[in-house]
Design a protein. Structure first.
Lengths: 111, 111
């Protein structure tokens, strides 16, 4: 069935190192969304990408949407301890009636 | 402004007992509504979604059910809880599968 896959599942970095998580869909997506969930909290929306090849930046975070609108990535430059959490991508499937999340990438940081 | 209320925040229930979790949304009309479950340290599993009153789509066969008696009310129920039903239950809403807003979640422990 239609799925949204995300890798890696876990990533541990030293503070100041970069971090990237990748998201792949089995079908073309009308949009891709990224969320952050802090430990013990609920997912919070970060950004939505709509256009093929779109790149958006939020301070140290760079989001990309693939040309085929089937993959996406989130890159964090020079991680800080405040970046700790689980990052999820999500895409609308089945005629955009349901929102399916990737498995998430849990980021931990060594200060 | 839009808000989402989900309660209770935590719940401990014995095996075989019934369950009712309620979620209400304010400040928007005809939202898409979702129930997700998150096992400890894991991803978001879509359980049910609804695009309108009385319209429920089930994603995972299990002993849970959902209902939408009013436009902005979404209820998750079970007649008899299993140990495997333990987890973090999250209600969310969106408009046509754009940005999703999550409730604070309910941590359910079945003992």
């Amino acid at each position: 069935g239609q799925q949204v896959m995300q890798i890696p599942q876990y990533q541990h970095v030293q503070e100041g190192e970069d971090f990237t998580t990748y998201c792949n869909s089995s079908t073309t997506l009308s949009n891709i969304q990224w969320y952050k969930q802090r430990p013990g909290g609920h997912p919070v929306f970060l950004i939505q990408l709509v256009k093929s090849g779109e790149v958006k930046k939020q301070k140290r975070l760079t989001f990309q949407f693939g040309e085929a609108k089937k993959n996406s990535s989130l890159h964090i430059t020079a991680t800080q301890t405040t970046d700790v959490g689980t990052y999820f991508c999500a895409g609308p499937l089945r005629g955009a009636q349901k929102l399916v999340f990737g498995q998430g990438t849990r980021l931990t940081i060594n200060p | 402004s839009q808000t989402i209320h989900q309660w209770p925040a935590t719940l401990v229930q014995p095996v075989g007992s019934p369950l009712s979790l309620e979620c209400t949304v304010e400040g928007t009309s005809n939202p898409n509504l979702y129930w997700y479950r998150q096992a400890a340290g894991r991803g978001l599993q879509l359980l049910f979604y609804s695009v309108g009153i009385g319209q429920i789509s089930s994603e995972v066969p299990q002993n849970l059910s959902a209902s939408r008696p009013q436009d902005r009310q979404f209820i998750l129920s079970s007649k008899k809880l299993l140990l495997s039903d333990s987890g973090f239950y999250l209600c969310a809403w969106s408009v046509r599968n754009t940005e999703a807003f999550f409730g604070q979640g309910t941590r359910l422990t079945v003992v």
